[in-house]
Design a protein around this ligand. Sequence first.
Ligand SMILES: C[S@@+](CC[C@H](N)C(=O)[O-])C[C@H]1O[C@@H](n2cnc3c(N)ncnc32)[C@H](O)[C@@H]1O
Length: 294
Amino acid sequence: MSLIGRLKQSLPPGLKSRLRETRHRLGTLRNKARGYLGRPNVYQLGTPERVGIVFDNPSEMNVSERLFLYSLIRGTRPHRVLEIGSRHGGSASIIAAALEDIDPRHPGRVFGVDPGPEITVPERKFFGRFELIVEPSPQGITTARQKAGGPFDFALVDGLHIYSQVKQDLLGVLPHMADESYILLHDAFHYGLSKAISEVVATESRLFDCGYPCGKPWMEHPLLAYGGLRMLRFSERAVTDPQRFIEREAELLHKAAPPIDDDLADHDPFWHCRAIEPCAYCRKTGQGKAAPKT
Ligand SMILES: C[S@@+](CC[C@H](N)C(=O)[O-])C[C@H]1O[C@@H](n2cnc3c(N)ncnc32)[C@H](O)[C@@H]1O
């Protein structure tokens, strides 16, 4: 028997369990310290989580709208983003930070169309991902599309806030949108804007109105409400097929994509089949209770 084995055997039983408990506590403390020290500093441009950009930002959007914009960009992973109305560069810098946070190797870029920009956001906050086209919408959209090299998979419409212009913006954007893309419109609680959006949606079968995911109107004017993000989905079909996303990720990770198999529809080895009961697939394949998630 080794020296450590002999030492362990010679310990009184109470001391042994106290030592085990102490080791467990130290492990927990070490993991907590690692988590704390490993936390990203969201305000530093050099760290991989730059969501803090939503707070120190000259955009006229409120914080929940900025967070939604950041999350939607980060989640939908667009390659070509169109922005109508850039002003100080606030929303463009949020988009650029979200694109950078997807992965510094992600090729996503944002193309701003604005006839009178007053960019105050420093260049470094765009991560080389922002290009400005100093032209009005809708004419500037064609230039943006040429520079982008393909259709847009995301558009933010936040230019001139009147019915007739937003209708032109939206109609101008549509021929340049990729299938399964998103359009966000800011200040869509202005009744004129809301009317323009609804009218365009009514005439375009590929547009699906997702309503107001950011639903706080700005009420400081006696005649008009502003604020709010209205979201549109531009797609040939109403339902999205998850297969395309999964296969693309499998290719990226050099892995086989999970099979499409109806027998797996009730299979969930991480919770249901382990903690509640084995599904038909588990019983058929003799798996019984699956291994816990590691
Ligand atoms: C509300 S600001 C944009 C704010 C910006 N999206 C942000 O959140 O940081 C509106 C901008 O739209 C621009 N604009 C006005 N008419 C326009 C047009 N026809 N096409 C594109 N932009 C326009 C203005 O010059 C102004 O800079």
